[in-house]
Design a protein around this ligand. Structure first.
Ligand code: ATP
Ligand code: MG
Length: 203
């Protein structure tokens, strides 16, 4: 499961847990993106902070792990590179890529999208506020096996990292939206606190 995970929240964890159960997966590997978008003006927290929050959030689940593949590649993150790396590291594994309805809807704009479906099966999960419709995608995948993309309904958690960041910036709670250890990490590292409010910004 790829993501910015800025911060990782319970929507991500429920999605991973549901897909692991339904597809009887041995492992779910969370892959935080590298530090890609600063240049295009979008502020993303340092990769190490996002990586550590993901480690904290997943530590208690023996089937969850975190990969540094995208962070250590050190360039723009493309899912096709993530999947190529994972395939190299796990040559005998059958790979599944877990994605929310929002990300799934623009997958045809991703780099080398056709190759994505050769490297992994895609599982799209429902997400409040987004339509889980793959008709358009299925048309493009006419010649792929029927299980190239599967969509599943999961418990609806209307949580987003953007909203968590907004809350933290405004001093509103993120308790119970993200795991306890992540709440504490955000506070310890003063993540999402606007610079200039008297607190120490991102180090
Ligand atoms: P942001 O608001 O910064 O975009 P996000 O909450 O969308 O953050 P991402 O790191 O962008 O989190 O998402 C990683 C993956 O998790 C994406 O495939 C996304 O669709 C999925 N996802 C995120 N939140 C949910 C949720 N509440 N329910 C289901 N899927 C989710
Ligand atoms: Mg997102």
């Amino acid at each position: 499961m790829g993501g910015t995970f800025d911060p990782v929240h319970h929507g991500h964890l429920v999605a991973a847990s549901e897909v692991a159960h339904r597809f009887d997966l041995d492992e779910v590997i969370f892959v935080p993106t590298g530090e890609p978008w600063q240049k295009s003006g979008k502020q993303v927290s340092p990769a190490e902070d996002r990586y550590l929050m993901t480690v904290i959030a997943t530590a208690s689940n023996p089937r969850f792990s975190v990969s540094r593949a995208d962070i250590d590649r050190g360039k723009l993150t493309y899912t096709v590179d993530t999947l190529r790396d994972l395939k190299r590291q796990h040559p005998d594994a059958e790979l599944y890529f877990i994605t929310g309805a929002d990300a799934l809807s623009n997958i045809l704009t991703w780099q080398d999208w056709a190759e994505l479906f050769e490297l992994a099966k895609f599982v799209g999960v429902s997400r409040p506020g987004y339509e889980l419709n793959t008709d358009h995608l299925k048309q493009h995948l006419r010649n792929s096996p029927p299980d190239a993309v599967t969509v599943i309904e999961i418990p609806a958690l209307a949580i987003s990292s953007s909203e968590c960041r907004r809350r933290a910036a405004e001093g509103r709670p993120v308790w119970y939206l993200v795991p306890d250890g992540v709440v504490q990490y955000i506070s310890k590292r003063h993540l999402y606190v606007p610079v200039g409010n008297g607190k120490v910004g991102r180090a």
